[in-house]
Design a protein around this ligand. Structure first.
Ligand SMILES: Nc1nc2c(ncn2[C@@H]2O[C@H](COP(=O)(O)OP(=O)(O)OP(=O)(O)O)[C@@H](O)[C@H]2O)c(=O)[nH]1
Ligand SMILES: [Mg+2]
Length: 409
């Protein structure tokens, strides 16, 4: 379905930093299902580009507000704009506004955008409209889609184990189908034989797409993928067919919970232990309800402690909660952010969090005060723009802004 991805031609920017005369920034979107490793990869790519003298602007996105990803990427020293309360495709104008805010601050050479992990149809609703409407300002890179190899192997039927229901799997499969490059992430965690089997299955099911094998965490295999995203233009291809009703139903099966808590502790408490134990507590309760976790992530940041934080992630009910960033010392006060996405009613997510927090009631001198929380199911996706098959020439050379087209609901 995808035409060969064209290399960036003579008219394209070189990989050198832009001169002030040339204001075309590169727009790179890194997709993939919840927990696939998008934020980790965005952080790696941002560091790679920064080390080579380029200015980067990061854009995070979520159905709710109060994002672990924003907190975690800012703590790495990057400029991050957050688009909360809906996905890029449904909040296209906010995407443009976020780019303008970053432009006003640092004039990035490259925008790195991480879409919501339950979102698909991004080429038709974000990449093509961006090129059509703002083609004079952005060079758009092909859409890369990251996969967690264990999750992908289960969805593709290569491996036994807990997975999602068929409508959530529909969304997952559509993400793979629309990918212009497939990226098997977390290769540090799987055996070579499992990686090869996954590569073969992806290549046979989604032929013609470049497939990269990386570990965003260990920073291996990244350069060929980064070079591909830098050197290739968004290919022009037939727009993927998608049933928006099934897509919307699949997305809505995922409950969403974001919470912000204030922590106070005298004496100081071990924050790394606290977030790990809270993650396990939530996991146990969700397992008891047979609910599949898509991604549970939490940060604990000390008051006034710029850059220091604990970050814990869990990307499946039968996976292991991992502490990927740790606090340097015990903590007396700070902010705990909880982002939980699982295939379960949102009220259940809230009660599992409350019960898991109850475990800390008996810890002397410790209080965890809930300052903000929201729990919901994502609404039906209603893209601002959609450029569908035969709608226009997807290069966007001669058309005005696209109307939503083909998107139902
Ligand atoms: N072993 C291993 N773990 C990784 C790798 N890349 C990411 N992870 C871990 O996978 C988990 C999820 O990573 P994120 O980068 O937060 O994933 P994401 O796709 O941004 O998740 P959402 O924003 O919720 O959709 C974290 O625990 C990461 O540390 C990798 O290459 N190897
Ligand atoms: Mg993320």
């Amino acid at each position: 379905m995808t035409s060969p991805t064209p290399p960036r031609g003579a008219s394209s920017r070189s990989s050198a930093p832009r001169s002030s005369a040339s204001r075309r920034a590169r727009y790179v979107m890194i997709g993939g299902f919840l927990g696939a490793g998008k934020s980790t990869a965005v952080g790696r790519l941002a560091r790679f580009l920064t080390d080579r003298g380029q200015t980067v602007g990061l854009i995070t996105n979520d159905q709710g507000g109060g994002l672990v990803d924003t907190r975690s990427l800012r703590s790495q020293g990057f400029d991050v704009e957050e688009i909360a309360g809906g996905c890029f495709c449904c909040r296209f104008d906010s995407l443009r506004a976020a780019a303008e805010t970053l432009d006003a601050k640092t004039r990035p050479d490259v925008f790195l955008a991480e879409p919501v992990g339950s979102c698909t149809d991004l080429v038709a609703t974000v990449s093509y409209p961006l090129r059509r409407i703002y083609g004079d300002r952005f060079d758009i890179a092909p859409l890369s889609v990251l996969v967690d190899p264990t999750r992908a192997a289960r969805v593709l039927g290569l491996e036994e184990g807990r997975s999602f229901s068929s409508k959530v799997t529909y969304v997952y499969s559509k993400q793979l189908e629309e990918a212009q490059a497939l990226v098997i992430n977390k290769c540090d965690r799987i055996a070579d034989s499992a990686r090869e089997a996954l590569r073969e299955a992806l290549a046979s099911r989604y032929p013609g797409k470049p497939i990269f094998e990386i570990s965003a965490r260990e920073a291996t295999g990244l350069e060929p993928w980064f070079a591909y995203m830098n050197d290739h233009e968004l290919p022009t291809a037939r727009t993927m067919d998608i049933d928006y009703e099934t897509y919307g139903e699949g997305e809505a099966l995922l409950g969403w919970l974001n919470a912000t808590l204030r922590l106070d502790s005298a004496p100081a408490t071990d924050g790394n232990e606290l977030v790990t134990s809270l993650a396990r507590g939530i996991q146990e309760r969700l397992r008891a309800h047979d609910a599949e976790v898509a991604h549970l992530k939490m940060t604990l940041s000390p008051s006034g402690g710029w850059g220091d934080l604990a970050l814990v992630n869990l990307v499946g009910t039968d996976f292991v909660a991992e502490l990927s960033e740790r606090l340097q010392s015990p903590i007396e006060g700070g902010e705990l952010i909880v982002n939980l996405r699982a295939e379960a009613p949102p009220e259940l997510l809230r009660s599992c969090l409350e019960q898991a927090l109850g475990h800390f009631d008996d810890q002397p001198g410790l209080t965890l005060h809930l300052e903000h929380h929201e729990f919901f199911r994502p609404g039906q996706p209603e893209p601002t723009h959609r450029i569908a098959v035969g709608d226009v020439d997807a290069q966007g050379t001669n058309q005005g802004p696209g109307r939503p087209n083909g998107a139902q609901g």
